[in-house]
Design a binder for this molecule. Structure first.
Ligand code: G3I
Length: 367
């Protein structure tokens, strides 16, 4: 995939294509682009018609009550990931019973709009539901409840879910080994993961079963431990069928780091899911003299992500999922969930649903 031409050449191309707008307007737009301002590019084409692999986004049921959100989502995307309502924290009640109203609504929305449903997440160190904490230390009861939960949840969407994050964020943040968790303490550090994959396979023989983690680009030791874990699980016979790379990135990530990381993750020959991408502006703010330069760097990084995906064989390009649809939908701008100030703009669409320079960088990188 050729790298995007430098701005001046791209501008001449824009002027060529924009003859209908009148050269002056297009040139003015180009001049803006040359100084890092986005040139007006007209209405954003459906992303799912531009990318040769499924674009997706995380969703919460509350967002489905917004007709503008639904129109934007169904115009551009072909896959959805429940942002939190298919996790234990929603489904598993303290008394051990399950509630499926919200995940079922998301699954119905996916089915009604011919969207792929990607399940997230069966086992996560960050979830410590009371129903499991109550049997912490009772291995037989714990193992039975663990299998029962995974069979019930993955089994419920059998034949609809195209894949699952079976194990989420198992590697220690510093890369020194694996995280301790309620799951590892009761069922074993590696065995709880092998069991999770086996139970998920039993529940849904057709879903691609993923492991998933983050900061793989910025923490090479963590990435190395992740790669070793994948190797160990495959050797142990776990039906691990895909590799998730959350890609919660910062705009200051050095050019090439994402590409290097993705190449290593893809070395197993398995499908790779860029599963939760957003590119925060906040940490990199001080690096750039202007907001336009900062946003241009962010757009170039989105472009690198797609160019890196394009270098993979088609069978390994599972999907590109943004964590949120519009900037205002992002967890990064929800002050109750994230200490970062809610002034970030990490996604492809602004709050009016317009494609930002990040959208065009993704679309251009796929052409
Ligand atoms: O919507 C309810 C609201 O009605 C209620 O008043 C409030 C207080 O209980 O909770 C609200 O739900 C919260 C939900 O986000 C929506 O804001 C949940 O409590 C909260 O736990 C949930 O947080 C999610 C978090 O994972 C934990 O599940 C975030 O939205 C979600 O963005 C985040 O996503 C994770 C991925 O799963 C794994 N990778 C990292 C990523 C970001 O942390």
């Amino acid at each position: 995939m050729q790298t995007p031409a430098p701005t001046q050449h791209r501008c001449s191309a824009v002027v060529g294509r924009r003859a209908v707008l009148g050269g002056a307007l297009a040139l003015a737009a180009c001049r803006g682009e040359a100084q890092g301002q986005p040139a007006e590019r007209g209405p954003a084409p459906p992303l799912k018609s531009v990318l040769p692999f499924p674009p997706g986004a995380s969703v919460m049921t509350g967002q489905l009550d917004d007709p503008a959100y639904v129109a934007l989502f169904t115009r551009h995307l072909s896959q959805l990931t429940p942002e939190w309502e298919m996790k234990m924290e929603y489904i598993l009640r303290p008394d051990g019973s399950f509630r499926f109203d919200a995940p079922d609504r998301l699954a119905r929305f996916a089915r009604d709009n011919r969207l792929r449903l990607f399940g997230h997440a069966l086992v996560w160190y960050a979830q410590k539901p009371a129903a499991f904490e109550r049997i912490d230390g009772d291995p037989r009861a714990f193992a039975a409840a663990y299998r029962n939960y995974i069979l019930a949840v993955a089994g419920r969407y059998r034949g609809q879910a195209v894949g699952w994050d079976v194990v989420n964020e198992a590697v220690a943040e510093d890369g020194e080994g694996l995280r301790d968790s309620l799951w590892s303490r009761n069922l074993g550090r590696l065995d709880h993961m092998r069991l999770a994959f086996e139970h998920a396979r039993e529940a849904d023989p057709g879903a691609v079963l993923f492991i998933n983690d983050y900061n793989l680009e910025s923490r090479p030791r963590k990435r190395a431990t992740y790669l070793r874990l994948i190797e160990q699980l495959l050797k142990a016979g776990a039906p691990l069928g895909g590799i998730g790379n959350q890609a919660h990135l910062n705009a200051d990530l050095a050019p090439g780091e994402f590409t290097r990381s993705l190449r290593e993750l893809a070395s197993f020959g398995l499908p790779v899911h860029v599963a939760e991408i957003d590119i925060s502006l906040n940490r990199a703010r001080g690096m750039f003299s202007s907001r336009a330069d900062l946003e241009a760097r962010q757009a170039r990084l989105y472009g690198e992500v797609v160019e890196a995906m394009m270098t993979l064989p088609a069978r390994q390009r599972f999907a590109l999922t943004t964590w949120g649809l519009r900037d205002g939908d992002s967890w990064l701008t929800r002050p109750d969930e994230n200490p970062r100030p809610p002034k970030d703009a990490p996604l492809l669409f602004d709050d009016q649903g317009r494609g930002k320079p990040t959208f065009w960088a993704v679309a251009d990188a796929a052409r």
